[in-house]
Design a protein around this ligand. Structure first.
Ligand SMILES: [Mg+2]
Length: 298
């Protein structure tokens, strides 16, 4: 990862009260140099607390969504995370969904705190590192756009695109699903359109739909953050961070990309009028242990 861990970089936001980011401090050539990144974030359970599919099922009053998703996952018929798109096209209970249902679901989604502030801080830049914030999600784009209205502009959202029948309003096709490998395609397209090298890509996600894209980003020296202890994701991501506040992803970004130490991280938060109340660092190992005697064939 191209990072900002310059040992002689004393005038950065992490270490100096005197530095005002973006103010072009006289005589400080480094203030002029800005490193551009793209930060792509998953939506369901990364920026929100629950899956869009569950929220939609509640709105429709249908049950068994999770069971249907598990069934689809077992037979590997669709990319992981793309189950809702499949159900919208093929399941009689979800066939009755119209655009307005999806917009309404978005309004009901409970979001993590401070998404707007996260976008603001990333876009304004930290120590010359500027991050353009995008959402790459398997959820239908109507849901994500409506949930993030006023926080993330629609043109910054790459989500599953559906095609509607103009007469009946019925969903007649899926144009693109940003799930599983579909996220790699969406992110690659984004990175190329922004003309950024692959090592300036940061990806944040929580679940098995993010496995492909995280492996892809890591392989190209980008940076990955898991926001859950999902056993498929946590071992792949460079860092795992658990919080109900979206701003928490700033911590690994400040430490590993901007090169801040713990005091520097707290300093950046406090300059934005925020305080980290609790900060526990743990390293998690996942183990399953069995009795060796029982595994010896008779
Ligand atoms: Mg997710």
């Amino acid at each position: 990862m191209a990072n900002g861990c310059d040992s002689n970089n004393e005038l950065d936001e992490c270490h100096s009260e005197a530095y005002l980011p973006g103010m072009g401090n006289p005589g400080d050539a480094r203030a002029e140099v800005s490193k551009d990144y793209v930060l792509a974030s998953d939506f369901d359970q990364t920026l929100s607390f629950n899956d869009s599919g569950i929220a939609l099922s509640e709105l429709l009053g249908t049950s068994g969504f999770e069971e249907k998703v598990r069934g689809l996952a077992r037979i590997n018929l669709v990319q992981q995370g793309g189950e809702l798109a499949y159900l919208l096209l093929h399941d009689p209970e979800y066939r009755r969904v119209r655009r307005e249902h999806l917009v309404e679901v978005g309004k009901r989604i409970r979001l993590k705190r401070n998404i707007g502030r996260l976008v603001e801080i990333l876009e304004s830049g930290i120590d010359g590192h500027r991050f353009r914030f995008y959402v790459v999600s398997a959820a239908p784009e109507e849901v994500v756009q409506s949930a993030l209205a006023g926080l993330v502009p629609p043109e910054r959202i790459r989500a599953t695109r559906l095609d509607y029948d103009p007469e009946t309003g019925e969903i007649r096709a899926v144009r693109h699903v940003s799930a599983g490998y579909g996220k790699v395609a969406a992110l690659t397209e984004l990175q190329q359109s922004l003309q950024l090298p692959a090592d300036r890509v940061v990806y944040v996600g929580d679940g098995s739909s993010d496995v492909h894209v995280m492996l892809h980003v890591n392989r190209l020296d980008g940076y990955t953050i898991a926001v859950s202890e999902n056993p498929f994701i946590a071992p792949i991501a460079r860092r795992t961070i658990l919080s109900d506040d979206a701003l928490s992803v700033l911590v690994p970004i400040l430490e590993d990309i901007a090169g801040c130490d713990a005091a520097g991280v707290r300093g950046v938060f406090s300059r934005h009028g925020l305080e980290i109340q609790e900060w526990g660092k743990v390293r998690t190992d996942f183990l399953t242990i069995r009795d060796a005697a029982r595994s010896v064939p008779a």
